[in-house]
Write a protein that binds this ligand. Sequence first.
Ligand code: BLA
Length: 513
Amino acid sequence: SEAAPRIDLTACDREPIHIVGSVQPHGFLLALDARTLVVAQASANAPVAASIGTALEAVFPELAALARRSLDGGGEADGAQYLRTVTLGSGATRQAYEVAAHRVDDLLVLELEETDDASGEAGLDALNPRLRAFVQRLHTAPNVEDLCQLLAADIRHITGFDRALVYRFDRDWHGTVLAESGNGVLPSYLDLRFPASDIPAQARELYRRNRLRIIPDAGYAPVPIRPAMTPAGTPLDLSQSVLRSVSPVHVEYMRNMGTMASMSVSILVDGVLWGLVSCHNGTPKRVPLQARNACDFLTQVFALQLSAKVRGEQAEQRLALGAIQARLLGFMAEEDSFVDGLLNHPDDVLALVNAAGAAVVTADRCRILGAAPPEGEVRALYEWLSARGEAEDVFVTEALAEDFPRAQGIADRASGLLAISVSKRYPSYILWFRPEVVRTVKWGGNPVKAVQPDPEGGPDRLHPRKSFEIWKETLKGRSLPWSLPEVEAAKDLRASVLGIVLRRAEELAAMSE
Ligand code: BLA
């Protein structure tokens, strides 16, 4: 395979996507002085009547009344706030718009999206039974995958996209498609993984703050906002805008994927971006603001249910591990040495963190349980752990050889390591091991080529990959991951051991007084 081109990936993260100075052409934007409602900035496609310096009141009184109401209502809520549908102009220029409003410092930003339907409110009524049914079904979904499937199907149904998928981020911000609903027009991406660089850091941060975005036509020409600067002398912050023009790199990405329209909705769990619902159409496609709001609402309900489900599963595991923990505590207390308490009950020691092997190692002794590596290797591991300086209380990895290359030779027994130090004074550890589980990851296109340099050698312009053909990677030297309750169980055991050792030391001291 070719060597990867050397590219500065942070260039993607640095693109200032919130101050692009332009909007998409399916609507227009007015930035008004929030006190006077005089037009301070307008997109070049705004009606001439609303030119810079005009009082909105004088030209579009109905719109001005809406703006006032939005200001009185606070308008401090996050994100663009849907107001209602208005019709502007008359005769041939008559056009209905859905209006969204939000504050940016001293400005009130109005965005008007063209719509064919002047009876927007009726649309919301039609959605109501659907939303209610969705909430009902969420309660019955047995697991996270089914929950995601319900969301993908419902969002596709509400919007009519060719494909809707639920995409979850992992710790490295790569993402995997967990659920998909499609009509066969676009290829399936189910189970595929996509590299973190597809959605750079500043885009993820923006999507955390503004939950929904739409690109109705990836072939659009951006419409500039004039003048370029606000009265305060800064570019207009479009973070909460619904019309914001999107990154050209991303538009290219969409075209390479064979998609001409997209919508994505952020899934936030406890304030953290957990994933996205990503929808696509082969041809340009608009989704009314009302339907988008319904999708946002659905996704928020989903996220609450998801968070409850994850917590529930963790609570169940904590309960099960807690019972094992209590037994081990009893065994350790019965023996003169806590080590004997553990060694006499190897099944519980392993079950405490669902490990295949374990070892209790001190400077002069090494005792092994279950499918652990040979003693010489455990000893080498012990030396390495002790030499890491400031002894860590807990060390967890599912790919030991990445930190400790010598472990390549014992991958079959020790790809996963969970280690706790059980003495404050002398390096002593309890180690748990998990075997290698070789996995094949299917990527949506070769992740090594995810970012392409400019063919003309331009310094800043980067390009997305051209092909999204499945690219298989075999992951070796990795175990199944340790769950949060498992790591907590190990930490709890550590606290118990330290407590027992301390109490014994005090008893000894008392006896010798
Ligand atoms: C934005 N990238 C996005 C978005 C998605 C993806 C969903 C949000 C915009 C939208 O809804 O269309 C990526 N879409 C995906 C992925 C899947 C999907 C992974 O459906 C999986 C199924 N992109 C690149 C490279 C760069 C890049 C190399 O491939 C940068 C050099 C940038 N992507 C990029 C930027 C945005 C983006 C800057 C933000 C666009 C914006 O909001 O302005």
